[in-house]
Design a protein around this ligand. Sequence first.
Ligand SMILES: Cc1cc2nc3c(=O)[nH]c(=O)nc-3n(C[C@H](O)[C@H](O)[C@H](O)COP(=O)(O)OP(=O)(O)OC[C@H]3O[C@@H](n4cnc5c(N)ncnc54)[C@H](O)[C@@H]3O)c2cc1C
Length: 499
Amino acid sequence: MIVGEDDRSLDDRPDEVTSPASGRRRNLLWFRRELRIHDQPLFEALDPGRDEVVAAWVLDPRDHLDVVQDFSRAGNHRLRFLLETVRALEGALQRSGVRLVVRIGSPEDVLPDLCRDLAIDRLCFVEAPGTEERSIERKLEHRASVAIKSLPPETLFQIDDPRGFARDLPEVFSSFRRTAERGLALAPSRPTPSRLLPLATHASFDFGSVPEVGAFGLDDEPSDPRAVLGFEGGEPAGLDRLRDWMFSGDHLKDYKVTRNGMLGGEYSSKFSPWIALGALSPRLVAEETFRYERERVANDSTYWLRFELFWREYFRLYLLKHGRTLFRAAGPSAMPMTWSGNERRFDAWRSGATGIPLIDANMRELRASGYMSNRGRQLVASFLAKNLGVDWRWGARWFEHCLIDYCPAANWGNWAYAAGVGADPRGFRGFDIVKQARRYDADGAYVAHWLPELQELSGSKRHAPWLAGGPAPIVDPARSLEVARRRWESAEDFCRRNP
Ligand SMILES: Cc1cc2nc3c(=O)[nH]c(=O)nc-3n(C[C@H](O)[C@H](O)[C@H](O)COP(=O)(O)OP(=O)(O)OC[C@H]3O[C@@H](n4cnc5c(N)ncnc54)[C@H](O)[C@@H]3O)c2cc1C
């Protein structure tokens, strides 16, 4: 735990904006998606004997409140989880005497003003792999009239120059994994400094406060009681989940077997919401898997959690490599597919009303809780892009709105992959939804959990309610998949003839 040097309350602090001690440097640490104290890259940039610190977090309305299609970029669950996370960070920093300034606005406007008002010498931040984030960083470099310390994007592996590394990233995940496992070490988590020097500020300085979800006109609905977990934002809750799932519950040893589940809190780690906002460090998670292996057991499951973190690393590097092309309809693989803009189909998909229970249950879970299993995400993404033929980017945007673990690289990378326009662009892949239902929800318990109207049907009949007099699904699963296959093959054929 960080111990602040200055225990005085703010009002007791000297009414001045420059530090009385000569040789001190006044730092503004801009927290973005590393909302934690442990394994904190920003602290690495500090000279503990010299650097005074104040922190800032900026809610950028363009990222959260802008409306795309007919919904805001962040929905209520995502915003609630984010604001809880920032509140926890504010508390943790404050316990070490460091204050968090909270602002709403464009970081490239807000931060230069803050630097001026607080007589800052140096602005520090961690670069993000996203393209919008990168353009903000560039504007900031032009506008801020202070020294800037920008740290490279966070990585799980020891990679000194992630941008340079990403230039040669293989297009196929397994090649990356093999190269990384052979040639790269996992980076150790960073030590937590024993103290930080708080920056002295005017007693009248307005630090702002973390807003409530309601301030943005969104309902602060509690998560649905049927959700897999009562997700609470913030570093302490993330660290608790790590300890509880891995050690107290001892679930890691079975992870590879259970990870395709959809029902309940323990089939997978559920670390993603905390990892996505940086409230839980992936480096720490990887280290804890090794500790588990030393103290308990090492098997395929204990390795597999690290394997999934490698996927996350891959998609972050993939976004660094491909930039804006990841957000285009043809994706990084430049696949000339035609996508439909059929709003009726999209609405049926997002509201869980396609008539196919496994799709509808997953989509209702997403909307009600802000979370969906990895199995569910793969199925619904494939269904929208393949069976319904709807522009996959609409689905990615809906996920962006809903998911409490939304992360640009993981979301858009996985969506492009599912649509067949991203990484591993080999051959047509689509799910036979009937087979998937038999395999992953044989007794229909999951679909009945989210679609109570199916509870009257027994077992596998829950997956075909139309056979028991219910409405027919909006598309025939087998026929629509066949149409998608032909669309994909003709796009592939076009590519072959026009290399
Ligand atoms: C269409 C689609 C969209 C997705 N969008 C996101 C997203 O916005 N944010 C996000 O974190 N994950 C996303 N994923 C990946 C994955 O579904 C979630 O990370 C996982 O379901 C989270 O649950 P968990 O923490 O229990 O995962 P676990 O199975 O316990 O995995 C452990 C951790 O590994 C990482 N991880 C696992 N699978 C993947 C993957 N395929 N890609 C990247 N990282 C992975 C996550 O950080 C996760 O917390 C998406 C997957 C698909 C198919």
